[in-house]
Write a protein that binds this ligand. Sequence first.
Ligand SMILES: [Zn+2]
Length: 323
Amino acid sequence: MSSPESAPRPRPFLLACPDLAAERQGNTGTPGVWHFDSGVAGRRVMLTALVHGNELCGAWALKAALQAGLRPRRGSLTLAFCNLAAFDRFDPANYAPSRFVDEDMNRVWSEDKLSRPDTQERRRAAELRPWVERADWLMDFHSMSNSDVPLQLTGLEPRNIALARSLGNPAYVIADAGHAAGVRMRDYGRFGETGDNGTRSLLIECGFHGAPEARDVALDQLARFLCAAGTLDRTDLPAAWFAPDAPAQRALRVTEAIAARSADFRFAQPWKGLETLPRAGTLIGWSEGEPVVTPYDDCVLIMPSTANLRPGVTVVRLARPIA
Ligand SMILES: [Zn+2]
């Protein structure tokens, strides 16, 4: 509970909620998972949506792929609607709670958590795990509680940064180490190994959860990723799915994540993300009343958000340009 002046009205949620009655069946025996094999050599590509139940853009993109009858020309293609239990609670008037049921599904991808399936999200992740383990290339579709500018989160491995740059979109590529609170799907198993083991994994933040434009970003990313993987040729995909290339791409490396020590965290300004703060020591916010300041010059704020405030939750990441 907070006072009206400190609690900005939630942004209106304008992106429609997709009907997934047919899509949630899947064709694999695992609910919500679709798998198509070309019978031809090629990469095993996986596209995942709804790891967070209120992030609908990816579900729209996967639904479009199924409706268009996309089938891999090479290798195989797996489509997964991940946290359907959370999605089933989605309410556009109060969309934050449907992010998850028991815990964040993008923090459970480690043996210690997956072997203790005592939450809805761990049980579901355990169902999805064989598909994630089998995939060579993974694109995980997300959206954000605050920012409108799409971000490609690559992790720190050069192989994924290079792939993000080769896609030509979006403009911002963010190399980040993940979260103290747990391992993301895109960092799980072989995806988290160093060096080039042939895998690639990207997490695309398509924009604000409720923005209809986030769906367009997801379709563009889906199309570009499938072409880059060799799953499909550009002419196999609807031309309208491709957005123009970004005029330039900017790559930033996350140097640290600021985590909330408790629910008592406030920002000093209504940051939108991607602000560059020129001078070290600039005030970002207050954690339990203590100032949090930028540690170096030209510090860039990545995805500031107090939408999910709990102890240990990342509230903002700090980044500097990759030369
Ligand atoms: Zn997300």
